[in-house]
Ligand binder design. Structure first.
Ligand code: NAG
Length: 152
């Protein structure tokens, strides 16, 4: 006597579960933000999305913070942070925007916070790009926005 819900091929069910898990893993993105400001310089970072508040963190020089997340099916995933160090107060920037980053950093986005501004790793080219410069910093303009820097 077999009921209609009886699984006659458990190996097929296992295969289905494995492929569902794989699909989730493939969709996972990672964001990391590293303090490269210089010896003894801390930064505060408060990152959020519409649904998550990751809280405010103090990050010492050389340390980084990172997290994994899934992008939503609507393609509107957005994580943004407010960053502070020395005279820079609550500098607001996007660390993952699906519209900007789905192609630019397919597995996620890496950021380096430096004394001149914030570099982002372009996952397609493998180059660090100078993307955000601190407001009102006219000193140290040796690197202009848009230039790429290798292996920082
Ligand atoms: C910087 O961060 C370290 C580690 O969290 C902490 O011990 C130190 O007091 C901080 N320095 C300043 C100036 O906030």
């Amino acid at each position: 006597m077999q009921g209609s819900a009886t699984i006659t091929h458990p190996e097929l069910l296992l295969l289905l579960i494995i492929s569902l898990c794989t699909a989730v893993i493939v969709e996972m993105k990672h964001v990391s933000i590293k303090n490269s400001l210089g010896s003894g310089k801390n930064m505060t970072l408060h990152c959020q999305s519409k649904d998550d508040d990751l809280g405010e963190h103090n990050i010492a020089y050389g340390d980084e913070i990172g997290w994994d997340f899934n992008v939503n099916v609507a393609g509107t995933t957005l994580f943004y942070c407010d960053l502070g160090w020395e005279s820079v107060q609550q500098y607001h920037f996007d660390v993952y925007s699906f519209a900007r980053d789905n192609v630019r950093c397919p597995s996620g986005c890496a950021w380096l916070v430096s004394a001149e501004g914030i570099y982002g790793l372009n996952g397609e080219t493998g180059f660090w790009e100078f993307i955000y410069h601190w407001p009102g910093s006219s000193q140290k303009h040796s690197i202009q926005s848009g230039e790429t820097v290798r292996n920082r």
